[in-house]
Design a protein. Structure first.
Lengths: 115, 116
């Protein structure tokens, strides 16, 4: 049983399109995240949610809109895709709001290619 | 701001030899430090963490890390490297509880290559 699952695994789309990536965790965690890994493998946090509430928005363009229908799901919708959005997007979850001591569990990633 | 630095882009080691992947940190207050590994086309897998307690932390797959407060370092180690250890390794620091963010901040990653 996969702990953090993302769909799709690969996404190839044209510039200007709108796309969504879905994420689900079955660990009962309160906090979920989206991270972006660029072509140089740098990992940067984009958003975090705690119990469906947005906690972190790291100066991500407005074209990116996360949605958390419940604490087990955190989806990422991207409008008007640009070439620079090509990257691997990772969903993650962790427990212990404010505890600072628990590890995060990551999904397998979604490789987005904008052409 | 909290940060970690991984000074080596790549570390090469022969199979059977000990390996070290370096990480230094800069934090306000107590550090909450983590190591993750990423295999090709895979997500990140948790290896180990330092929260408090013993300076030598043991983790998955025979890895361990040594927390050194005076040198602000948290180097990842393994006594005997395997070819299958070849992967990308990330050091990370979590914001302290007082920040109320639970944000995990990653280093730039170190590629470990173990040669047969």
């Amino acid at each position: 049983d996969t702990a953090v699952s993302q769909t799709p695994k690969y996404l190839v789309t044209q510039m200007g399109n709108d796309k969504s990536i879905k994420c689900e965790q079955n660990l009962g965690h309160d906090t979920m995240y989206w991270y972006k890994q660029d072509s140089k493998k740098f990992l940067k946090i984009m958003f975090s949610y705690n119990n469906k509430e947005l906690i972190i928005n790291e100066t991500v363009p407005n074209r990116f809109s996360p949605k958390s229908p419940d604490k087990a799901h955190l989806n990422l919708h991207i409008n008007s895709l640009e070439l620079g959005d090509s990257a691997v997007y990772f969903c993650a979850s962790s427990q212990g709001w404010g505890g600072g001591a628990t590890e995060a569990f990551f999904g397998q990633g979604t490789r987005l290619t904008v052409v | 701001a909290q940060s970690v630095a991984q000074p080596e882009d790549q570390v090469n080691v022969a199979e059977g030899n000990p390996l070290t992947v370096k990480c230094t940190y800069s934090v306000s207050g107590n550090p909450y430090l983590f190591w993750y590994v990423q295999y090709p086309n895979r997500g990140l897998q948790f290896l180990l963490k330092y929260i408090t307690g013993d300076n030598l932390v043991k983790g998955s797959y025979g890895f361990e890390a040594e927390f050194n407060k005076s040198q602000t370092s948290f180097h990842l180690k393994k006594p005997s490297a395997l070819v299958s250890d070849s992967a990308l390794y990330f050091c990370a620091v979590r914001d302290p509880p007082s920040y109320n963010t639970d944000k995990l901040i990653f280093g730039t990653g170190t590629r470990l290559q173990v040669f047969p």
